[in-house]
Design a protein around this ligand. Structure first.
Ligand SMILES: Cc1ncc(COP(=O)(O)O)c(C=O)c1O
Length: 462
C-alpha cells in the first residue's frame, strides 16, 4: 500500500474499536465542550504533520466527548444509529471524493442515488414520477418542498416567483398546526414567507392538528395557501389527521406538505401504516434517512409529487450542466445545492442490507421497544406516561413535579446507562424517550427502564 494512505488502515482499526465498544461505553459525553476544545487546540504548525499522528491524536482528544448516539441506548432527540453497510458506503463516498451533483461528475454515484430514490418511493408507496432530492436533513427538505409549494401556489394565480421573486407578489398564507416542528417556521423565514405570518391551527392533547380548526382557517383566506401537516410529532409521535387535511386542501386548492421526519416510515409497517391514511394524496413530503433508516449524518429527503415544480424551484442551469432528463432525480435539479457529496449512496447500501422486510422490522422493533419501556415505567408508583405511545416516542413525568422530572433526567444522563432528554409538554417538564436506533434490543429497553427507575429512587432518596 502507498505509505501515504496507511492512515486509512488506522482509521479503519480505530473505527472498529469504537463500534465494538459502543454498547458499553457511557452513553453521554464524559468531557465538556471547553475541555475538548482545549485538548483539540493543538498548535497549527507551519509545515504540517504526519496524517497518522493527526488521526491518532484526533481520536485520543475526541474520545471523552463522543456520545454513544450510534449505540443501542441513546434515546435523546430523534437520533438513529448507523448501519454497518451504510457506514462503509459513507467511507467510500468520501474516498471516491466525487462531486455528486450529477451524472457528468459522478456517473456511478448519481446512478446509485437515482436507484435509492426509486426505492424510497417504492417503500413509501409513492408514485415513481415524484421528484426526490437528497439534502442535509429534514430542515432542508422543508426548504426544498416549500419552495416548490410557494412557486406553485403563486403560479396558480399568475405570479412567477422564479422570474420575479416575492416583491409585490399576491398574499400567500401558510397554515401549520400548533405543534409543527420548529423547522417549518425556519423554512418559512428562509423562503421569505415570514415565520410570524404562519396561521397557527390549534392542536389536541397529543399534538395533532384539529381538522375542524383547519377548515375554519382555510375559509379565512381565498388566495394561495400552503398547509403544513405532520406525520410524527417530535414529542408524542402523534399523527395529524392526514386524510381530512388532504381533503380540505383539495377542496380549497391548497398545497399540502407533510413533515414526516421520522413518522413517514410508519408507512412500511403493516400494523402502523394506518396512522398515515391519506398521506399519499399530499403534494410534498419531507423526511430523513439519518433518523429511522439509520444512515450516518447527513441525509434528508425532499419529495415533491410534481417533479416539474421541484425542478422549477431548484434546478441550476449552466452551459456545463447537461440536462440529463433520463434521471428525474438529478441532484443539481432537485436540491438547493450545487457541489455536494453523494449522500444517498449510504442510503442505497442501508436499504439493500435491510431489504423491505428489514426496514419494516426496524420500524416495528423500535415501536415495540418504546411501548415496552412505557409499560415498565408506568407500572411504577409516581411515574406517568403523558402520551399515547402510538409510535416510537414516550413522554414520562415523575411524581407530577417539574423539579423531580428534571432531576431524574439529569441523573440518568450522569449514570450513563442510557441517554434521554427533557422537554416541556403542555407546560410541564417531561422526559422524552425516542427509539429509532437499529441496535436497540428488548434487553436494552429493560435495562434502560430499570436505569430510569433507579435514577428516580436515587432522586427521591436525596
Ligand atoms: C418532526 C420533525 N421535523 C423536522 C425535524 C428536523 O430534522 P433535521 O434535524 O433532519 O433537519 C425533526 C427533527 O427531529 C423532526 O422531529
Amino acid at each position: 500500500m502507498d505509505p501515504r494512505y496507511e492512515v486509512l488502515g488506522d482509521a479503519s482499526r480505530l473505527a472498529r474499536e469504537f463500534v465494538d465498544g459502543l454498547a458499553e461505553r457511557p452513553v453521554g459525553a464524559a468531557a465538556s465542550f471547553e475541555e475538548l476544545q482545549a485538548r483539540l487546540a493543538r498548535p497549527l504548525t507551519d509545515v504540517g504533520e504526519d496524517p497518522r499522528t493527526v488521526i491518532a491524536d484526533l481520536v485520543a482528544d475526541a474520545d471523552a466527548g463522543l456520545t454513544a448516539s450510534a449505540g443501542p441506548r441513546y434515546f435523546g432527540f430523534v437520533i438513529g444509529g448507523a448501519l454497518p453497510a451504510a457506514v462503509a458506503a459513507d467511507w467510500l463516498v468520501a474516498t471516491w471524493d466525487q462531486n455528486g451533483n450529477g451524472a457528468v461528475t459522478a456517473p456511478a454515484l448519481a446512478a446509485a442515488e437515482a436507484v435509492a430514490s426509486n426505492w424510497v418511493l417504492e417503500l413509501l408507496g409513492l408514485p415513481r414520477g415524484c421528484g426526490v432530492g437528497f439534502v442535509t436533513g429534514c430542515q432542508m427538505a422543508h426548504v426544498t418542498c416549500l419552495a416548490a409549494a410557494r412557486n406553485a401556489v403563486l403560479a396558480d394565480v399568475g405570479w412567477d416567483v422564479e422570474a420575479d421573486g416575492l416583491q409585490s407578489a399576491p398574499d400567500l398564507r401558510v397554515i401549520a398546526g400548533a405543534q409543527a416542528h420548529v423547522t417549518i417556521a425556519r423554512a418559512c423565514r428562509i423562503l421569505g414567507l415570514g415565520a410570524a405570518r404562519i396561521r397557527v391551527v390549534p392542536s389536541d392533547g397529543e399534538g395533532r392538528m384539529i381538522a375542524a380548526e383547519l377548515d375554519a382557517a382555510l375559509r379565512e383566506h381565498d388566495g394561495p395557501t400552503i398547509v403544513c401537516a405532520q406525520a410524527g410529532e417530535v414529542n408524542s409521535g402523534a399523527f395529524d389527521p392526514l386524510e381530512r387535511i388532504v381533503e380540505a386542501c383539495r377542496e380549497h386548492g391548497a398545497w399540502c406538505h407533510v413533515d414526516g421526519a421520522f413518522g413517514l416510515w410508519a408507512a412500511v409497517s403493516p400494523s402502523r401504516r394506518v396512522l398515515l391514511d391519506g398521506f399519499r394524496q399530499a403534494d410534498s413530503w419531507a423526511t430523513d434517512a439519518h433518523k429511522w433508516l439509520n444512515v450516518p449524518y447527513d441525509c434528508g429527503i425532499a419529495i415533491v409529487a410534481d417533479v416539474a415544480r421541484q425542478r422549477g424551484a431548484m434546478a441550476a442551469t449552466a452551459d456545463d450542466i447537461p440536462s440529463n432528463d433520463t434521471n428525474v432525480h438529478l441532484a443539481v435539479k432537485s436540491t438547493p445545492e450545487f457541489s455536494r457529496r453523494a449522500r444517498a449512496v449510504p442510503l442505497y447500501a442501508a436499504l439493500r442490507s435491510l431489504g423491505r422486510d428489514g426496514v419494516a422490522d426496524l420500524v416495528d422493533r423500535c415501536c415495540d421497544h418504546a411501548h415496552r419501556i412505557a409499560v415498565r415505567l408506568a407500572a411504577h408508583d409516581g411515574v406517568e406516561i403523558l402520551n399515547n405511545v402510538v409510535l416510537n416516542q414516550v413522554l414520562v413525568r415523575f411524581l407530577d413535579s417539574d423539579d423531580v422530572t428534571n432531576a431524574v433526567i439529569e441523573r440518568v444522563q450522569h449514570d450513563g446507562i442510557c441517554w434521554v432528554g427533557g422537554r416541556r409538554w403542555h407546560d410541564r417538564a417531561v422526559m422524552r424517550i425516542s427509539i429509532v436506533g437499529w441496535q436497540t434490543t428488548a434487553a436494552d429497553a429493560d435495562r434502560s427502564a430499570d436505569a430510569i427507575l433507579a435514577a428516580l429512587r436515587a432522586v427521591i432518596a436525596t
